[in-house]
Design a protein around this ligand. Structure first.
Ligand code: PLP
Length: 395
């Protein structure tokens, strides 16, 4: 008889989002006249920029002609797009070759697929609170996961210690959910740790575009030595509003080797086996992001989200609420007032001012008592939510 992957039974169910959905729907049914302000959502609200839309249209038209039609695309990505992404890295003074860039259908896909490079007996370190996929994908392969808690005492940016014994280390900076971001000096400690111990860092840079502080690196490859210990996973989801369009990229340096195996060569081989490439149309749209016009246009949307974050931060400053994030990140991570737990605060906000965020518990046990707000919402809704928060929490 077939044996299913029994590790599925070890996954926690999607309690968090199901419960948020249920509580919000119940409230709305009981109060149909009230508008609910959804300030928790990690999805973008602004449309794709003009340069991308134009490139997508042109690519669709290409597919209608004998001369410009494209069939299967190269598994690791269209050469022009890989080159455009490698050139994008120059703005961070980082040298990434086009064949170190692998185009994907999103960071979520690659965060799971990349684990095929590693043996199951490796130990994984997840810094919590964390994006839930890091834990779940490893549970599914039966890998041992150890957790490193972060908290206010280290600004939600813990550093390595020699007691930690991990082979695969997830670092998300700027972080989802805390919005905290490692500066060069702190990130260097992780890079040195990984090189000393033969570990590999999976660096999730999905929110790179929000960085404005010059002390914070946009890429882990800004840190000397990262090319021998890190893989960087990136996404156009938040950068260019591609959450529904789907495209990301992963950088696997050619200098990254373990036990005589080259991880860049392995990943290229993996792509040949596991994918038939990303749609021609989407890659054309993605390439438009990296043109001068595209890069200028995506910034307009980012500035809208940044203004939303500023509006929310002002409300929390006025209310004397502790928070981090918001400056180099679209997320604001705050401490629930008066010792409330995340769910208690959730109910309080929903019932009193119809504002919805995400209880920190959903991102790991050490998130208890904290709450995540997102700056991806509509600007007018964000202003109204901030006014309501100020009135409710203001002292
Ligand atoms: N990594 C982090 C930290 C995220 O927050 C998200 C999405 O919210 C992703 C990866 C997934 O990105 P994508 O939409 O490219 O799959």
């Amino acid at each position: 008889m077939l044996t299913p992957n029994m590790h599925y039974s070890e996954l926690k169910d999607s309690y968090l989002f199901n419960t948020i959905y249920r509580k919000t729907s119940e409230y709305q049914a009981a109060h149909p006249e009230e508008k609910i302000y959804r300030m928790g959502v990690g999805d973008v609200s602004r449309p794709l920029c003009e340069a991308v839309i134009q490139a997508l249209h042109e690519a669709v038209d290409d597919q209608a002609t004998m001369t410009h039609f494209h069939g299967y695309m190269p598994e690791s990505g269209a050469p022009e797009l890989r080159k455009a992404i490698s050139e994008y890295y120059r703005r961070f003074c980082v040298s990434v070759a086009a064949d170190e860039v692998f185009v994907s259908s999103g960071a979520c896909d690659d965060l799971g697929d990349i684990l095929e490079l590693f043996h199951r007996d490796n130990t994984v370190l997840v810094i919590e609170p964390a994006y839930p996929e890091y834990v779940d994908t490893n549970i599914l392969c039966g890998r041992k996961v150890i957790h490193l808690d972060s908290g206010e005492e280290n600004g939600f940016l813990p550093l390595p210690s020699e007691e930690i014994q991990a082979d695969i280390i997830y670092i998300c900076s700027p972080n989802n959910p805390t919005g905290a971001a490692y500066d060069r000096e702190k990130l260097r400690k992780w890079v040195d740790y990984a090189n000393r111990n033969g570990a590999v860092i999976l660096y999730d840079a999905a929110y790179e575009i929000f960085i404005e502080d010059p002390a914070i690196p946009h890429s882990i490859f800004e840190i000397p030595g990262a090319e021998t210990c890190a893989i960087e996973i990136c996404s156009l989801s938040k950068t260019a509003g591609f959450t529904g369009t789907r495209l990301g990229y992963t950088v696997v340096p050619k200098a990254l080797e373990r036990m005589g195996m080259n991880l860049n060569t392995m990943w290229a081989r993996n792509r040949e086996t596991r994918t038939n490439g990303i749609s021609y149309i989407l890659q054309k749209g993605a390439a438009a992001v990296f043109t001068p016009a595209g890069l200028a246009q995506i910034q307009k949307n980012i500035q809208v989200y940044k203004e939303n974050a500023r509006v929310l931060m002002t409300a929390f400053d006025r209310s004397g609420i502790w928070y981090c994030g918001g400056r180099n990140s679209p997320y604001i991570w705050l401490k629930c007032p008066e010792g409330m737990g995340g769910w208690e605060f959730f109910d309080h906000l929903l019932n009193q001012i119809q504002v919805v965020g995400i209880p920190g518990e959903g991102f790991g046990a050490c998130g208890k008592g904290y709450f995540r707000f997102s700056a991806f919402g509509d600007p007018e809704d964000t202003k109204e939510a901030a006014n309501r928060l100020c009135k409710l929490l203001g002292r």
